[in-house]
Design a protein around this ligand. Structure first.
Ligand SMILES: Nc1ncnc2c1ncn2[C@@H]1O[C@H](COP(=O)(O)OP(=O)(O)OP(=O)(O)O)[C@@H](O)[C@H]1O
Length: 350
């Protein structure tokens, strides 16, 4: 912890940068996370063996078709999966704290403090009859019941300023704010306790393109201020390309590729990632867009072998029968595809 000054008063602030320097290595390690929804129609495995790491200050873009499991991943990391869903395995380390093994009370304290989640449509779930400031104060009080009112207010004002909002917003109601301002309030709430990890689920949906960019720039800036690792869930590959360091592609509950943003956009490996990239407009394809043939599979009836094989132009016999392991390729790229079985160092699954 270090001290910083807000309006001339001292407030406690965690120094994520000093923590990261003292403890190099990934701040977030997700390992073999598994989630199943037990529905009347059968079992839907929404997360299957999901593993990845993220360092302090890094931004990961999580992309994939609707229903591929992106929000489930965020909810599982927060231990907020509700029935009929169940977390059936895996670990999530934030620093040296393993979230899945915390008590309910320990997890309640870890939320917002170690890992903050800005859910899909968060800006529409601000309470319409409670002033913004009171909602921010409540969030802090739940974690710091001993904190003085003045220190709490100062912390709120600091967070509002960090997201480029006037401190006057503290006294306003949600209906007095534009969509972009409301989304920035949600980001301010997310950073109140300076978490080491921030997960933002579609933070720019329902915003116009100018406001989208402003919100992404706000996330960029606050992340830099508190040196957090950020996961951005979304569909907009163009926006991802501009703002993230790494891209993770999810398909039918599995991470099929995790690569640096440059490698993902210049040389995507997994055929599904290739299809996603080639469906983007660019200056060369002169308005001819290539879609991805077929539909995303139902999680209740996944094809055998690789779930993508019925849509894959490179499918081989092994793809119909053997589930591809996640392989580590050069530069630490991770790909789950039989096309690369021979390329992985020593053929070892990651
Ligand atoms: N409450 C639920 N009950 C049953 N199945 C569910 C439930 N929530 C999610 N699922 C299943 O989990 C899968 C993943 O859903 P999830 O919301 O994580 O996808 P997503 O990639 O975030 O989609 P979107 O981009 O549309 O938000 C869905 O296809 C659905 O089959």
């Amino acid at each position: 912890m270090t001290f910083f000054s807000v309006n001339g008063t001292a407030a406690i602030r965690r120094d994520n940068r000093a923590q990261a320097a003292a403890d190099p290595g990934p701040v977030l390690q997700v390992s073999k996370l598994e989630v199943t929804y037990y529905t009347d129609l059968g079992r839907a495995k929404a997360l299957d063996d999901v593993s990845f790491t993220l360092e302090a200050g890094q931004k990961l873009g999580m992309v994939g078709e609707s229903g591929s499991g992106k929000s489930t991943l965020a909810l599982a990391m927060m231990r907020m999966i509700k029935p009929p869903g169940r977390i059936e395995g895996g670990q999530v380390f934030v620093g040296d704290t393993e979230l899945m093994s915390l008590s309910e009370d320990g997890m309640r304290r870890a939320r917002l403090n170690k890992v903050a989640y800005i859910p899909q449509g968060a800006m529409n779930s601000l309470n319409p009859v409670i002033r913004i400031g009171a909602q921010m104060v409540d969030a802090i009080k739940a974690h710091m019941p001993q904190e003085s009112r003045k220190a709490i207010n100062d912390r709120c004002v600091h967070a509002l300023r960090s997201v480029d909002l006037d401190p006057g917003v503290f006294h306003m109601y949600a209906h007095e704010l534009s969509g972009g301002m409301k989304q920035r309030v949600c980001i301010a709430i997310g950073i109140l306790l300076e978490p080491q990890v921030i997960i933002a689920d579609e933070p720019t949906s329902a915003l116009d393109v100018v406001t989208q960019r402003q919100v992404m720039e706000t996330i960029d800036r606050v992340q830099d201020q508190i040196n957090a690792a950020v996961i951005l869930i979304g569909h907009d590959m163009g926006l991802m390309a501009q703002f993230v360091d790494k891209v993770a592609v999810m398909y039918a509950g599995r991470l099929v590729e995790v690569s640096s943003v440059r490698e993902m956009f210049t040389d995507p490996k997994h055929p599904y990632a290739r299809a996603l990239i080639s469906s983007l407009p660019n200056l060369d394809n002169k308005g001819v867009f290539r879609g991805i043939p077929g539909l995303a599979p139902s999680l209740l009836q996944l094809p055998g072998g690789c779930a993508f094989h019925p849509r894959c132009p490179y499918a081989m016999p092994a793809c119909t029968s053997d589930r591809p392991e996640v392989l580590t390729l050069e530069h630490g790229r991770r790909v789950a595809c039989h096309l690369f079985d021979a390329e992985a160092p020593h053929g070892q699954p990651a």
